[in-house]
Design a binder for this molecule. Structure first.
Ligand SMILES: *Cc1c(COP(=O)(O)O)cnc(C)c1O
Length: 421
């Protein structure tokens, strides 16, 4: 049975119209993939990566040449002097937290330049005095809200900086917020404005979901540290775990002391079976992230045609793979997640239910029938169940799978009465 016989004609027609509409945007994405693939390939060839680099170490993991060269490649690709790329960095939150701890001491102040950070980081900053939080360590925190149009309020950021300030937090992607994601050019302008006046203050960019979506990365426009997750873009769908931190050597050393222990730092940490999928995943990442980007552009076009508010719109500049759709009703969020889950290669028979997750303040609904648990470079959708009921869709290992899933999910929404066409 062909898929066009399973979804109603009007849905299939709309899908084809949307595909026509986005062609020129998809061609731009092909260019970005091409240039980023070259960048990654060159990083591999310049280091003479060989078969033995793909092997893993055990125990302490001393002298792990695979791990060391993987970190050199990341430093090269993401524009830093040095990098930590480890299976022992358990998530994006962990990578970002390590980056923060690398830059602050008791009595210092952090300024978030891009409004409220991603939900899980709020617990790191600490709204109460739980042990180990920045607050409990005596680190002050100030958040600069975005301007009414959703852009960065650079003047307010500069005004918030005082003699105690050692770190500026910058979040590239929107996270669970209805706001634009910040392009590399915008991040560059912000960092330049900060460094002009305060050259010694460190800028840390949360790069989650942004990797390989533009041709430059935050480390190439002045960020002192850049952090992200390997079960998002840079793992290419193959890395089974991991996080990365790229930036200034001194800060990477500090972070490694926090990751393991002072004195041991980066010299330990067995890679086990991690090197091979981490190398191969990074090699695939420009292409995988690029097709996820194409999927997001198409999703924006389709849901716009269906009458929903989407962010960004299909023709807007992009700097991450996230597609937000305002669904207005919790039931519609759940129904769309059900539709996407039914089109997943793994656990297609499972019905997602909203639930509380560690680090989050509202129940979260997630669709993710993924090969790697919780991987969001694989096609997935999630969002906290709070007004105005926005679902964030991202990822997809192949463009055809994203297309099929969106078709089936829209058909679900029609069948359940959330769309009438
Ligand atoms: C995913 C994400 C994180 C980190 O999330 P983990 O689930 O800990 O990997 C941080 N910031 C943003 C913007 C994200 O999208």
């Amino acid at each position: 049975m062909e898929i066009r016989n399973i979804v109603r004609d009007r849905v299939f027609q709309l899908f084809q119209e949307a595909k026509q509409e986005v062609q020129s945007k998809w061609m731009n994405v092909d260019n970005i993939i091409f240039n980023n693939q070259y960048k990654v390939l060159t990083a591999f060839t310049s280091l003479n990566i060989s078969d033995y680099h793909l092997q893993g170490s055990t125990g302490y993991g001393y002298g792990d040449l695979g791990r060391e060269n993987l970190e050199k490649i990341y430093a090269n690709v993401f524009g830093g002097e040095d990098a930590l790329v480890r299976s022992q960095i358990v998530s994006g939150t962990h990578a970002i937290a390590l980056g923060i701890y690398a830059c602050v001491q008791s009595g210092d102040k952090i300024v978030s330049a891009t409004g409220t950070p991603y939900d899980t980081l709020l617990k790191v900053i600490g709204d109460n005095d739980k042990p180990g939080t920045l607050k409990a360590l005596g680190v002050e925190y100030e958040e600069i809200g975005l301007k009414e149009d959703g852009y960065i309020d650079t003047d307010a950021v500069l005004n918030a900086i005082d003699s105690k300030t050692t770190l500026i937090l910058i979040q590239r992607s929107k996270g669970y917020q209805w706001r634009p994601s910040f392009t590399i050019a915008e991040i560059e302008a912000l960092i330049n404005a900060i460094k002009d006046k305060y050259p010694t203050i460190n800028c840390l960019v949360d790069n989650c979901y942004g990797e390989f979506i533009e041709e430059r990365e935050p480390g190439e426009v002045g960020a002192d540290l850049v952090a992200g997750s390997l079960i998002k873009n840079p793992g290419g769908g193959l890395a089974p775990i991991g996080g990365y931190l790229v930036g200034k050597s001194e800060l990477i050393k500090n972070a490694s002391y926090r990751l393991t222990a002072p004195g041991i730092g980066r010299d330990v940490g067995a890679s086990l079976g991690f090197n091979q999928p981490a190398f191969q995943g990074l090699f695939l990442a420009p292409s995988v992230a690029g097709s996820a980007l194409k999927g997001s552009i198409l999703t924006a076009s389709i849901f716009n045609k269906l009458g929903f508010e989407v962010l960004p719109s299909w023709d807007a500049p992009r700097t991450d793979i996230i597609q937000a759709i305002k669904l207005n009703k919790p039931e519609a969020m759940i129904a769309l997640c059900h539709g996407l889950q039914m089109a997943s290669p793994i656990d297609s028979h499972v019905k997602p239910e909203p639930a509380f997750l560690p680090g989050y303040s509202d129940p979260v609904i997630m669709a993710g029938g993924t090969f790697i648990q919780g991987s969001s470079i694989e096609l997935s959708a999630d969002g906290p169940l709070r007004e105005p009921y926005i679902l964030y869709i991202q990822g997809g290992l192949t463009l055809a799978h994203i297309e099929i899933s969106i078709l089936l999910a829209v058909e679900q929404l029609c069948q359940q009465g959330f769309i009438t066409i």
